[in-house]
Design a protein around this ligand. Sequence first.
Ligand code: BF8
Ligand code: SF4
Length: 632
Amino acid sequence: MSKCHNLSNQCLIDKAQNEKIDLVWDRYEKMLPLCGFGEKGICCRICMKGPCRIDPFGNGPQEGICGANADTIVARNLVRMMAAGAASHASHGKEIAKTLLNVGRQTAKNYSIKDPEKLKAIAKNINIDIEGKDIHQIAREVAYESLMDYSRFEEDTCTWLTNTITKSRLEKLEGLGVALNNIESSVADIMSRTHLGTDADPINLLLAGMKTSLGDYTGMQISTHLSDVLFGTPEPVISTANLGVIKKDAVNIAVHGHNPLLSEIIVDVVDELNHEAIAAGATAGINIVGVCCTGNEVLLRRGIPMASNYLSQELTILTGALEAMVVDVQCIMPSLSKIASCYHTKMFTTMPEAKIPGATHLELHDEHALENARDIVRQSIEAFKRRDESKILIPEEKSNIIAGFSTESIVNLLSKIDSEKPLRPIIDNIVNGNIRGVVLFAGCNNVKVTQDYNFVHMAKKLLENNILILATGCGAGAFAKNSLMNSEATKEYAGESLKAVLTLLGKEAGLDVPLPPILHMGSCVDNSRGVDLAVALANELGVDLNQLPLVASAPEVMSEKAIAIGTWVTGLGVPVHIGLMPPVEGSPLVANVLTEGLKDVVDGYFIVEGDPLTAADKLTQVIEEKRAALNI
Ligand code: BF8
Ligand code: SF4
């Protein structure tokens, strides 16, 4: 078995070439040069008089056939991206809320309330009186109240927005008219106002975009916290990451996508079916591995190893040792089914809204979830028998990681040091400068950047500058795969004062080793955990979010969801770095609003910087400016 020492597992890319299988990088090459109009956001397909495109050099048309100019077209396209992101995160949350409702009604027999204390804490937080109510009634009421955020017609602000941000931030957002009352109507509003001949004012459009992006945030809060109720709140857990987690002697099943409703149940049935895998010749039994955010979900709660983040998802099949690729929703390359057909790998789709030609559709239903999971595992065991040994190439690389840093687990850990005020040790170290600030890394991989390169190089520089890092989504995947989420990374990369703090905190919290310098907080929807921690710190310090020495970064940004996330983070007052320019350059006005104008309105703004080391310097500078303004 040969070794891969490349960030992108080069040996499997070479293998694909030998086997004449196109991967994401090949398809990208074939697509070049990319359409310049599309890249700048100045093509419009909103009606059938077009498509229209604006000449960015000023020689050709400056207006579409209806008279829409570049500003209108760019703003319309951009806010439609935000609405798509919000719809994705919101529907994820809605599925989880509906499952909680069914658990409350005791009709979802395959799910249960794994963290009743968290359910009660949520009820309290969203002003539901729990006195004298049994746990199922509380579940029903919490689920109903959450589902109201999708269906409210009164003008009251969404419950999960109102109760999760600082008071002053809420007032600011309400004052601007962007604190929404209903997630789904905010998405519908974008679709309606961007229809031909409705909203042509770029600023008005962008404000609506901010509103729907806050709907994205609201949906994420619901997804994260109700998932914790159903599947457990993450606690620190030790695991491994990268393609080396795929085992030659096991029935390997990858769970991929975002929604933990099926993957959790698949993990549940492993023990009972392990003997069947062994009987089929897989001496190591069944090995579940994670891809993308479903992977993050089961990593945090169950310690399931992480095989891949977004860009290398196809490579899991190229190992020749993957029996099944089980997907739910979002960020699943349609190419997977074609590549699976070149191997013995079974590909399963499981959600009614996400079918892929060539895949076996085995739909997940509440009442049959266990049977569905057993069926998938048994078909995977059958697939194992059809393996072609000559096609197996599993890279050896895998990194040890510590994951599972929910806000609750951080507070629990720190309460061993100060039970009265658990966040105090972090705050004291931020105030005294041992920790200069915090960067939350989120977002995707993008084929326009060498996979994980920006994440890794930015992080190393920031750690050296004594900046603590939180991570979610494919950012967390990048750090996990590249050995940046363990105690050794603290010793190797953290600056002296950060290293001392993490060593001391690890010791005082009863661990033998330093805390990792990058805390894995979960999947993309778990960016809500980062907000929860920031809100707790802000409240403790008596400041608003925009005053904290805190910055977010998505250095390999790609998806519409990431655009929505970045936008609401700016809405919460926090600067956001992105490593690639979104499709807005065709309108200097819109580009300017995002990088400058937003600052005056919501305090947050976008910083666009492609070079990771320069980006790290810029973020360090922002953090130092925030510190100076706080007089610390
Ligand atoms: O929700 S980071 S590529 S997997 S969109 Fe997708 Fe981007 Fe990855 Fe998770 Ni988030
Ligand atoms: Fe062209 Fe206007 Fe139709 Fe867009 S909406 S395609 S700019 S005519």
